[in-house]
Design a protein around this ligand. Sequence first.
Ligand code: SAM
Length: 268
Amino acid sequence: MEGGAQTWHYGLIAKWWAEFNDDFRPHEIPYFQRHIEQGGEPALEVGCGTGRLLIPYLRAGLDVDGCDVSADMIALCREKAAREGLSPTLFVQAMHELDPPRRYKTIFVCGAFGLGSTREQDVRSLRRFHDCLEPGGTLLVDIEVPYADGKLWRQWLKDERAKLQEAAGRPRSLRPASDGSELGLRTRIVELDPLAQRVTYELHAERWHNGQLVAEEDRILNIGMYFKSELLLLLEQAGFDNIVVQGDHNDTEATSHDDFIVFIAQKR
Ligand SMILES: C[S@@+](CC[C@H](N)C(=O)[O-])C[C@H]1O[C@@H](n2cnc3c(N)ncnc32)[C@H](O)[C@@H]1O
């Protein structure tokens, strides 16, 4: 636990993310890039992970800093950037304690809002984003809607929750990593509390070398889920104006078909 937020991106799971997640949801990269390029520098990515978005932006010459609650993710991001001769400003901070070295025209959060934090911390994060933007600056924050994943959505029903007894298994398969080892990851839902709108996952990661299990780790992740209207209200309470909600990183108004939605909010 760092910065009072609990997430799972440490150790083997951070390594898994660095090895295999660069190709995840590629359309998100040009989406945020367009906003930064349209007069949105300098920018800050909050929850930048190992640099799936940040490194392409740095490569394109954009003025973007990164922060993350996980020192392991930041270390891997720094290593990846250095391999390309890049030396970004990166810092370890929980978003509800955000205190960056400068103010930004754009702050963006991709796949990180509501992870491992309490609802009170999320409210504080939105206020920190507001404080850390320049006047006229823009916040972009995305969420996966609570009904996006059918398996998870069914667990909101009492009868389905009673059946929630997924066994803690081993990873179904192993993937070759760049250092010659193999990594496996298994995720399961352990609890869903619809009143708190909170799901708890358990993640089990393994590292194998020459057919031998050399390391394994278990981590717990809580995710606070938000519906569109709730986050809109929280953004308004945090002082944001002119809030629009777009669909899955596609520049059009969000619809009920979108699994991910993006809130774009202005600081006056
Ligand atoms: C799903 S990853 C996304 C990483 C990156 N934004 C991307 O899209 O590839 C979520 C990241 O958010 C970070 N994170 C989770 N909770 C956080 C918090 N409260 N404050 C800052 N970073 C957080 C995790 O450590 C992790 O690196």
